[in-house]
Design a protein around this ligand. Structure first.
Ligand code: 3HC
Length: 291
């Protein structure tokens, strides 16, 4: 089976690695320390057990897990011989550019280099690689948790070729997901543009004393029929990510009216599920439980 590399084993990276392994790919999963990789493998195993319990996995959990090879730190060795790299490191353009430059040096010339960025420009990331590779740099934006969320945005940067978009659409389908092609590299693509407005609107209702997170979330779940309320979803995604995405979109010209409540949470490092407190409290930080 073909091999892919996933760079970054955090919330999104480990879920993306799991998805590729579930679809039968061999996966090189890279992060900066063995501890992070061990944690990622534990999370993947827990998730695979749930998939198995739901009757959606014919193979053993151990067989799927054995297709994921953890690699400490070395992007270059992890991309040798791969047909696709998906980068899911921290949302910092300089860090992403370093990953792309290194991957460009070592990956086969025909390999596609994709980024799971939520909000950074695909075109600027592509400029970190040699001109002849830029047609193969593309956005491949998964949603949290990747194993359950059906959608993947495929984003065309200024240099991305139609052939690359087509190949990535095929990968997404092989993963059993639904691709949506975003033809312009606009800030926040499609989903985060919508979510940014929803988050802001809900947050201003609270900031102006007109409602509470609990009431808004109850309305979202029990009346609108969303799987999670607006504030719970922000806690689930991580308020650090919410703030970062909002800021990155604003820098790129997206008109917004940032809500102080979200910014305060970020300043207080109350990032939601991952830190144990955001708009709600989570007794076991890192583990999602309905509040
Ligand atoms: N792996 C495998 N299975 C899992 C799982 C995981 N990580 N997490 C939950 N499950 C399974 C559970 O075992 C359960 O199975 P069952 O129905 O057989 O019992 C089922 O999924 C439902 O799980 P729960 O009962 O624990 O909880 P929910 O019913 O609330 O579902 C959810 C959890 C799927 C996360 C749902 O709440 C949801 O869809 N929330 C919205 C998530 C969302 O919108 N994500 C996008 C965020 S935006 C983003 O990521 C973009 C970025 O750029 C910011």
């Amino acid at each position: 089976m073909p091999r892919v590399a996933v760079i970054g084993a955090g919330t999104m990276g480990h879920g993306i690695a799991e998805l590729f392994a579930l679809a039968g790919y061999e996966v090189n999963l890279v992060d900066i320390s063995q501890d992070i990789l061990n944690k990622a493998l534990r999370n993947i195993e827990d998730s695979l057990k749930k998939v198995k319990e739901r009757g959606r996995l014919k193979e053993d959990v151990a067989t799927v897990l054995s297709r994921i090879r953890p690699v400490v730190g070395d992007v270059c060795s992890a991309v040798v011989g791969v047909e696709l790299m998906v980068e899911a490191v921290v949302e910092d353009i300089e860090v992403k550019k370093r990953v792309f430059a290194e991957a460009d040096r070592c990956a086969p010339p025909e390999a596609i280099l994709a980024t799971n960025t939520s909000s950074l420009p695909i075109t600027e990331i592509a400029e970190a690689v040699k001109p002849e590779r830029r047609t193969k740099v593309v956005g491949m934006h998964f949603f949290n948790p990747p194993v359950l969320m059906p959608l993947v945005e495929v984003i065309k940067g200024q240099y991305t070729s139609d052939e690359t978009v087509k190949r990535v659409v095929d990968y997404v389908k092989k993963l059993g997901k639904e691709p949506v092609v975003v033809n312009r590299d606009v800030p926040g693509f499609i989903v985060n543009r919508i979510l940014a407005r929803v988050n802001e609107a809900a947050c201003w209702l609270v900031a102006r004393g007109l409602s509470t997170p609990e009431v808004i979330d109850a309305v979202a779940i029990y009346k609108v029929g969303l799987p999670m309320g607006v504030f719970l979803l922000m806690d689930f995604v991580g308020l650090d990510v919410v703030c970062f995405v909002a800021e990155a979109m604003k820098k790129r010209g997206f008109k917004s009216h940032p809500c102080p409540l979200i910014l305060e949470k970020c300043q207080q490092k109350k990032y939601g599920v991952k830190s144990g407190e955001g708009f709600y409290k989570y007794p076991a930080p890192g583990k999602f439980q309905w509040p």
